[in-house]
Design a protein around this ligand. Structure first.
Ligand code: HEM
Length: 270
């Protein structure tokens, strides 16, 4: 049976399917190559960019870096970090969440298409262009509505809404001042309560949400924790002498830090 997920394909897969519609029914070299390259692009670039942001932000905020290192010393010591350690390390967990929030690594997800016309928040699509993409992200991703118009709605009658392209902007959620006290600052306390315990925030959506959310989220979170703690356990990161740490992002499909140099100082000399 065709699942609702089948409504969305990557552009490369669509080209393959257009050439040979039957080819979506079985595995062959072309779709295998697409699948593997999707996994590499989706899994490598994203995780390594978060880690690059992490090291840059630790250079920028040495006190936060020291706090993480103290927690590593207290919970892990000299042994290899394990994923179970995360439960006892709320501060480090909060810092990693804040790196992802502040870095806004995947600012927009790839376009989706509506499957039918709908009434959105009690309005017909012809009124929808009054809303911000931000509203749309919340209602589609959090409330699982998968069909709406964001563009030129006034000219698209309700029954024509099917197939309207929609690009949810995750950055607008990650910087929402209703959910984050200091949205434009690097502030790990966004994910900590007054007792220093880790607190979830429903607007933390760097992996997107809904049917097309990141399938690698659990793996990515484990990788980020193990690499980040492993690096800070062994090194302190600082800017080379006489250089300023610049945290201006380079905008693209992923938001990356600008090219920069890092001094990694072995911690045994701390
Ligand atoms: C910190 C790291 C990561 C971030 C921030 C991230 C973020 C995202 C986001 C926002 C999407 C939705 C993209 C869209 O709809 O255009 C996505 C999709 C996806 N991600 Fe990740 N990702 C990360 C790591 C990974 C890893 C490690 C893997 C697997 C090895 C992975 C595999 C995928 C796949 C296969 C999709 C497509 C899912 C679908 O279309 O149904 N991601 N990711």
């Amino acid at each position: 049976m065709r699942s609702r997920r089948d409504n969305f394909y990557s552009p490369i897969s669509l080209l393959i399917f257009q050439k040979n519609p039957e080819s979506r029914r079985y595995f062959h070299n072309e779709n295998l190559i697409t699948l593997v390259s999707n996994l590499i692009v989706a899994g490598l670039e994203t995780t390594s960019t978060v880690l690059r942001w992490g090291l840059l932000l630790m250079m920028k905020y040495p006190d936060i870096q020291k706090n993480v290192q103290r927690e590593i010393e207290r919970v892990i010591g000299q042994r290899q970090p394990q994923i179970e350690d995360r439960k006892q390390m709320p501060y480090t967990d909060a810092v990693i969440h804040e790196i992802q929030r502040f870095g806004n690594i995947v600012p927009a997800v790839s376009p989706l298409a509506t499957t039918q016309g709908i009434v959105f928040r009690g309005f017909f699509p012809s009124k929808m262009c009054k809303w911000t993409v931000h509203d749309v992200v919340y209602d589609t991703l959090i409330n699982q509505i998968d069909c709406f118009c964001v563009k030129n709605c006034a000219r698209v009658p309700k029954y024509r809404c099917q197939g309207t392209h929609v690009i949810p902007l995750l950055g607008s959620v990650l910087k929402d001042k209703n959910y984050f006290e200091k949205p434009d600052e690097f502030y790990p306390e966004h994910f900590l309560n007054s007792q220093g315990h880790f607190v979830k925030n429903e607007a933390f959506l760097p992996f997107s949400a809904g049917k097309r959310r990141c399938t690698g989220e659990i793996l990515a979170k484990a990788e980020l924790f193990l690499f980040f703690t492993g690096l800070l356990q062994n090194f302190s990161f600082q800017a080379p002498p006489d250089t300023e740490v610049n945290i201006t992002p380079v905008f693209g499909f992923t938001n990356t830090p600008m090219s920069h140099k890092i001094c990694a100082v072995l911690r045994h000399n701390d």
